[in-house]
Design a protein around this ligand. Structure first.
Ligand code: TMP
Length: 233
């Protein structure tokens, strides 16, 4: 079966299927950072991110979050509902890290009194700039009602994943979600993995995510393996 490539991103490829409402997502080992300026490979990443994303999507679906996930079809591929992607990245933060630390001059590791929700405009040419609700409205990227729904889902996902991860001795520092439209409603799309989340060991603060690649810390593949080991329990 030679499925037609519909789209190729930095870490994934999307293929058409015989069913126009479904697509296949293939997870590559390629890794990039800083809007593609830094390039590399993380051995086994495709397999591990497919497995971890599948597990997270199944957990969220059980808790009533609408997700694009249908099923994993092989080690590196998942079958998902075809969405028309909303060009926003919804970031939820529980602990100061990364760009929030840089933007506000706060120390990494400072716990936030309440989760912080941020919106970024998905545009590689612009480097995915931080935007606010009125920018979203002016861009026409999502309606105010849709934005309320995205925000509510972002916080709901945060509650579910934070509790699940803490039982596995992992602190959910922050993460990024993407959403899309299909069948007249909104679904959670993309992936949930150490590429798109910050996971810190709850006791030691050791980083178990892509920051090891972004910051040249070494032990990248081992960190992804360790996250998968903890998720399987
Ligand atoms: P940031 O601190 O660099 O803004 O990242 C916040 C969260 O979003 C972090 O968990 C990593 C994730 N993220 C992505 O998934 N894709 C991206 O392109 C960026 C910049 C961050």
């Amino acid at each position: 079966m030679a499925d037609r490539l519909l789209y190729e991103g930095k870490a994934k490829q999307v293929f058409e299927t015989d069913d126009p409402s479904l697509v296949l997502v293939y997870f590559k080992d390629d890794a990039t950072a800083f809007n593609g300026e830094k390039k590399g490979r993380i051995d086994s990443k495709g397999r591990l991110n497919n497995a971890m994303s599948s597990l997270f999507f199944e957990l969220l679906a059980k808790e009533g979050v609408p997700t694009h996930f249908v099923r994993a079809v092989d080690e590196r591929t998942m079958l998902v509902k075809k969405l028309s992607i909303i060009p926003l990245e919804v970031v939820v933060r529980n602990v100061v890290a990364g760009s929030l630390a840089r933007r506000l001059g706060w120390p990494e590791g400072k716990a936030l009194a309440k989760p912080v929700l941020e919106l970024y405009y998905k545009d590689d040419g612009l480097g995915d700039p931080l935007i606010n609700r009125s920018h979203v409205d002016a861009l026409g990227a999502a309606t105010p009602g849709e934005l309320d729904e995205l925000s509510g889902l972002g916080l709901k996902v945060n509650g579910i994943l934070s509790a699940y991860l803490l039982e596995r001795k992992v602190r959910l520092v922050d993460f990024k979600l993407e959403f899309g439209r299909a069948d007249g409603r909104i679904w959670l799309g993309d992936e949930i993995s150490p590429d798109t989340c910050r996971f810190w060991d709850a006791d030691t603060g050791e980083r178990l995510d892509k920051d090891r690649f972004r910051r040249d810390m070494g032990g990248v593949e081992e960190a992804y393996q360790e996250m998968y080991r903890r998720l399987r329990g």
